[in-house]
Write a protein that binds this ligand. Structure first.
Ligand code: TXA
Ligand code: MG
Length: 319
């Protein structure tokens, strides 16, 4: 199959109506989209990604009003979060209506809903009569794509169209939350920070679901993995420990290239800005992966703001 890369919304729309797959840009990462109400089209997503059927998909919608089309018993807090953050990097896990095929939710009684913030994709969603199921547009277990080229590098030849919306503005997948009583359950830390959630729900208890829970396979312990083994810690001592190896480095702001074992280095933000580091993280992992190295070493990032989600991805990539 020939994969076309472009920004033709009409072509994207036609393909989606035909039940075909289209990679779409969002502010977080690129998604691999299909008509969420068409189980056969959704099945193709699992095939192309080689994704296990127990890993549910997020359903992308064009507006707040769509929440009630696809979910029920929606807590007031869910509307409040959506109203404040959407379009944006937040996925709400809510009891699903039966119109959502069981394949989308992997048999769970809930569905993840998200209104992404990207002008092309919002225009596309608004032109369709159905929502879009879309996981990150990478083979299962690998690093998520943040450019159209990343998508093409791995899924080129397997999908007809990549809608090119430029590089992703956030660079980390959405934060996924569910609700239990008055509690907000964080299934996956991502592009929306805990601090931002606390601001909207100051009196609400936040529970972090850190285990490898099959309910949220985005939380699987080994995920987002690079080809080269990755170790996290204090770089100077790790370089000593792995002396003689061909080393690639991911650092926040410091330069470690003076060591002769360091062949490649990715500094994510010379000014120490975590938002900038998040944008660059997955590209840096991909570009180090392309070199002939023995190992990748990464620093632990500050445990605040997007630093938490960056550390989460690094940890999973290192398991
Ligand atoms: O930013 C994002 O969320 C991107 C863009 C494309 O929107 N999508 C994304 O999808 O990261 P994916 O499939 O790579 O990760 C979605 C994760 C699943 O692994 C699963 O853990 C969780 O969302 N999920 C989806 N539906 C769920 C549900 N009903 N209950 C619990 N977790 C759910
Ligand atoms: Mg993914």
């Amino acid at each position: 199959m020939k994969t076309i890369i472009g920004s033709d919304l009409n072509l994207a729309k036609t393909l989606l109506y035909e039940g075909k797959l289209v990679a779409i840009p969002t502010e977080t990462v690129y998604g691999l989209a299909a008509n969420a109400l068409n189980a056969e089209a959704v099945f193709d997503i699992f095939k192309v990604k080689e994704r296990p059927a127990f890993d549910p998909l997020i359903v992308h919608i064009p507006s707040l009003e769509c929440i009630d089309k696809y979910a029920m018993n929606v807590p007031a807090l869910a509307y409040e979060l959506a109203k404040t953050i959407w379009p944006g990097p937040l996925t709400l896990v809510l009891p699903k209506k039966s119109i959502i095929p069981d394949l989308v939710s992997s048999g769970l009684p809930t569905v993840g809903l998200r209104m992404p913030s990207h002008p092309l994709t919002l225009e596309l969603l608004n032109s369709l009569e159905f929502p879009l199921a879309a996981p990150s547009a990478n083979p299962f277990g690998y690093i998520s794509p943040t450019t159209a080229k990343h998508v093409n590098d791995q899924l080129g030849g397997k999908i007809p169209y990549i809608l090119d919306g430029g590089p992703c503005r956030v660079g980390l997948e959405s934060t996924i939350v569910g609700f239990e009583g008055d509690e907000i359950l964080i299934y996956r830390l991502g592009g929306l920070t805990l601090e931002a959630i606390r601001k909207i729900a100051p009196n609400c208890k936040l529970a972090l679901n850190t285990s490898s829970n099959p309910q949220a396979p985005g939380m699987l312990k080994s995920h987002y993995a690079s080809r080269h083994p990755l170790y996290i810690g204090e770089i100077t001592s790790l370089i000593k420990k792995f002396a003689g190896k061909k080393i690639g480095i991911i650092s926040f702001k410091d330069d470690f290239s003076a060591s002769s074992d360091v062949l490649q280095q990715e500094i994510l933000s010379a000014t120490g800005n975590l938002d900038e580091a998040a944008v660059k993280l997955f590209s840096a992992m991909r570009s180090l992966d392309a070199f002939s190295l023995d190992i990748i070493l990464s620093e632990t990032f500050p445990d605040t703001g997007l630093g938490r989600a960056i550390n989460d991805r690094l940890k999973r990539a290192s398991s």
